[in-house]
Design a protein around this ligand. Sequence first.
Ligand SMILES: Cc1cc2nc3c(=O)[nH]c(=O)nc-3n(C[C@H](O)[C@H](O)[C@H](O)COP(=O)(O)OP(=O)(O)OC[C@H]3O[C@@H](n4cnc5c(N)ncnc54)[C@H](O)[C@@H]3O)c2cc1C
Length: 429
Amino acid sequence: MTARSSGGAAAHRVVLVGAGFGGLYAAQALKRAPVDLTVIDRRNFHLFQPLLYQVATGGLSPGEIASPVRHVLSRQRNARVWLAEVRDIDVERRLVRMEDGEAPYDTLILATGSHDHYFGHDDWEPLAPGLKTIEDATQIRRRILNAFESAEREPDAAERKAWLTFVIVGAGPTGVELAGALGEIANDTLRHDFRSINPAEAAILLVEGTDRVLPAFPPDLSDKAERSLLKLGVRTRTHTMVTGLDRSGVTVRTGDASDRIPAKTVLWAAGVRASELGKIVSDRTGAPLDRAGRLIVEPDLTVPGHREIFIIGDLANFSHQTGQPLPGVAPVAMAEGRYVARVIQARLRGVTTPPFHFFDKGTLATIGRNRAVAAFGRLHISGPIAWFVWLFVHLMYLVEFDNRLLVLIEWIYDYITRNRGARLITGGQ
Ligand SMILES: Cc1cc2nc3c(=O)[nH]c(=O)nc-3n(C[C@H](O)[C@H](O)[C@H](O)COP(=O)(O)OP(=O)(O)OC[C@H]3O[C@@H](n4cnc5c(N)ncnc54)[C@H](O)[C@@H]3O)c2cc1C
């Protein structure tokens, strides 16, 4: 099928792979463009990853943070949506290859994001799940709730303690948010639910390799976050690396000292690596990759030597603004998505555009009820005000109005009752 522009000529074919933050914002910004847009994603939904930790800790249900891509783009006449995984790209013939077909393009936008990275220890993945997909979140929820259930029935004190010990590896925003939510589960949510154990006796340990939690935030906010975590019963261990991991616990190293921590639940929030398509594009075009597998892009987000291929979001390393890669966060992906849509439309009009520039509006992380930290340039805030800003921003960026409403109702209910309604143990072991 080939769409026609209003002048009757075949419309410019844009293929966009990945309907996450970067891809979806690019697609929507192309709404009025004279293009024939094909959006390809291997999942049929856009996932709001910043709230995954709430699914993992029983605060929200999966459907509340995911929106079907087909529905989101249903009124966009120039866009079609395909559910498929892109496996390869033929840059000479300008087509993407899926398992069962091909899609030709004039312009290609790749926005396939990133996945958890175990730094050479892929065998740790089944032992310490990361948080990247809905399945990861429900698996973590299952493990956390099962740990309390197993502790309730465990007669041996040492084993019971291991069931009630939770280790979270990596104290970036995801690790801090998970640890804070776990602290609330142990201290508040499950307070009256057990007979043999006291959930508040759970040990929650946040392990971080650098010198502080939230290393990407200003140091004063890291301090505040650490103090808030402590109030929730979360202990942090900085300058500490995980050196071993098995079903019964973790081995960590701080300086020269090694330590064994018996723990039945270990969660991974220590880093991500760009999607495999980065390597494929690099192999096909000779474009350089950085150590995290991201494609090093030109100032207009194209692949060197291929002005028809744009790379955005977590898959891109854009270092032209500060000399350092822009962080792998949603606002960067969204801004890049909107920018490439502008460039494509400008090119069709024969107009040149300035290089991409990211305007950083600020960074936020929440640590639990009434607790968050936020940095807006030199303005640093924490506590309830930062928490309300966090709530507002996250609600506003949920893609669909229905989800915003559902999440708002859920949050108000949870705030009043201190409950977490989605505490279901589902799926396998
Ligand atoms: C747990 C967690 C918490 C986070 N919290 C925050 C936060 O609080 N604030 C913030 O700003 N950022 C946060 N982030 C980071 C933010 O979510 C990412 O930076 C952002 O999603 C990147 O957008 P993207 O478009 O590059 O990729 P993604 O949003 O990851 O989208 C990639 C899309 O590509 C699809 N895809 C991948 N490979 C293929 C393929 N081969 N074929 C077809 N489709 C494919 C995927 O299904 C997916 O839909 C968080 C991330 C995680 C995991």
